[in-house]
Design a protein around this ligand. Structure first.
Ligand code: SAH
Length: 460
């Protein structure tokens, strides 16, 4: 480490900005977030700085006076002239200030990091000048991770520190703060109910301990595979979870988002194997939540679509366990994105149908005939092995043989493959191109296409 990160005290101190141009204005904007007194030394000021001086937040000097750098914590220099820059740097250093000469690293005592500001929580990122662009992109990642209301909640918790020290025994404090920053009070605050959050914290303090955490189950949509297609809420639930149950289609990358000490339990069904019947999964997730644990049941795509969520919801309700759905991006959306073609096209396809090729073992396949209308995009899930049946059924229902079909397998993963073909010969095309499960078949029966096609007489 060539530079050591520290946080400088700013309240009651002065920051001097030497220079009045756009660079000076940029540095001033950073300093504005602090409580420091701001002094700008420059002959001419950028309009933004003029406004700031007019508002009284900053003082303007056309030249440095002998006491300009007194009590100066930090001095930014950006006059644009090397000689002037160095003269200011010498004056500031002589007064004991930390100096940053913009764009002249060799004359800097300190460097400005990329900052994520959730005051009083502040994250500073530095790359020692090696990769500023990387620094900014890390900043973006952290901005996304940290809830915008985190700072206000941390400030509220900070105001209660003394009360905690007084009312909660040292042995129970750690558990209290853990609950405070991950539990129901923070959830309330995030949803905008600051008063309820404060009341919950105060009630717990009055009790002398964190309330017992109630277990809950989250059915979380993991999306089609790519890690960055999870929602922010899904990521949060993963990080809060004590135990995660996942299945076959969930990408290992996605599991990496879990807390290191969370249990991860594979409940996937390999084709043909029945190690994890649904009722066993239902019983297990309920039993874990009943212990007071936060359970995530991670499901590929959207949990509400062919995800057997209904059984799990019923089991949780029967046991009086809180359960929620965190929606995800379903495979059909990912398939459309892979083809860069929307699922509905104005005037051509204004109905979108989600259906499956595979039902419960004893059930007949769905009747697709009423769905096979002109103006419809049909997304078939779990359909690779049933392609021949689907093809025959749709042709018999009057869908033209040259109706376009797109097939996308393992959408959004490194194994993604796309095929554009037509209804007639679909099963053969899948085989010839070795398109394997998991895949989505998108049958696009446009209105215009129907007008051109000759409809067969017999429909079976
Ligand atoms: N809940 C999931 C669907 C589960 S059923 C969702 O909303 O996407 C399993 C079927 O989903 C697979 O047979 C396949 O048809 C489809 N599927 C899941 N992930 C997929 C992916 N990455 N690419 C293409 N199809 C996928």
């Amino acid at each position: 480490m060539k530079n050591f990160p520290m946080f400088l005290r700013m309240s009651g101190r002065r920051v001097v900005i030497c220079g009045g141009g756009t660079e000076a204005a940029r540095k001033t904007r950073l300093v504005l977030k602090t409580e420091a007194e701001i002094v700008i030394v420059a002959e001419d000021l950028d309009p933004e700085l003029v406004g700031l001086v007019a508002s009284g937040r900053a003082t303007h000097l056309t030249q440095a006076a002998p006491d300009t750098f007194a009590n100066c914590a930090l001095c930014f220099i950006a006059t644009g002239e090397e000689e002037t820059d160095l003269a200011f740097a010498a004056l500031a250093r002589a007064a004991g200030a930390v100096v940053n000469v913009v764009d002249r690293p060799e004359h800097c005592d300190a460097f400005t990091p990329s900052v994520v500001d959730r005051d009083p929580v502040v994250v500073a990122i530095g790359t020692e000048g090696m990769a500023p662009v990387l620094g900014r992109s890390i900043k973006t990642d952290i901005e996304v991770m940290l809830d915008p209301r985190l700072g206000a909640f941390a400030a509220l918790a900070g105001r209660l520190r003394d009360a905690v020290a007084e009312k909660i025994a040292p042995a129970a404090r750690r558990a209290f703060w853990e609950w405070a920053f991950t539990g129901a009070a923070f959830d309330k605050h995030r949803k905008g109910d600051e008063h309820a959050a404060a009341d919950m914290l105060k009630a717990a303090i009055a009790q002398g301990q964190a309330p017992e955490t109630k277990g809950r189950i989250s059915l979380v949509g993991a999306g089609p595979g790519a890690r960055d297609l999870l929602t922010l809420r899904a990521v949060r639930r993963m990080q809060e979870a004590d135990v995660i149950f996942y299945d076959r289609l969930v990408d290992p990358d996605v599991l990496e988002l879990a807390r290191r000490d969370a249990d991860r339990i594979y409940v996937g069904k390999e084709v043909g194997a029945h190690a994890w019947p649904q009722d066993k999964i239902d019983a297990l997730i309920v039993a874990e939540a009943a212990k007071g644990l936060r359970v995530v049941r991670l499901k590929s795509g959207d949990p509400s679509i062919f995800g057997r969520a209904a059984e799990e919801i019923a089991a949780a309700r029967a046991a009086g366990i809180e359960i929620e759905i965190v929606p995800g991006i379903t495979a059909a959306s990912a398939a459309a994105a892979a083809m860069t073609r929307p699922l509905t096209e104005r005037g051509e396809t204004d109905t979108f149908v989600i259906t499956t090729g595979t039902c419960r073992p004893a059930d007949a396949a769905p009747d697709w005939t009423p769905l096979a209308r002109p103006g419809t995009t049909m997304a078939f899930y779990m359909a690779v092995d049933r392609a021949a049946q689907i093809e025959a059924h749709l042709l018999a229902s009057g869908v033209p043989g040259d109706c376009p079909v797109e097939v996308v397998s393992s959408a959004t993963t490194a194994r993604e493959r796309c095929l554009t073909t037509q209804l007639d010969g679909l099963a053969q095309a899948l085989e010839r191109n070795q398109m394997t499960s998991p895949a989505i078949l998108l049958v696009r029966y446009a209105k215009g296409h129907a007008a051109m096609a000759q409809r067969p007489v017999a429909v079976s």
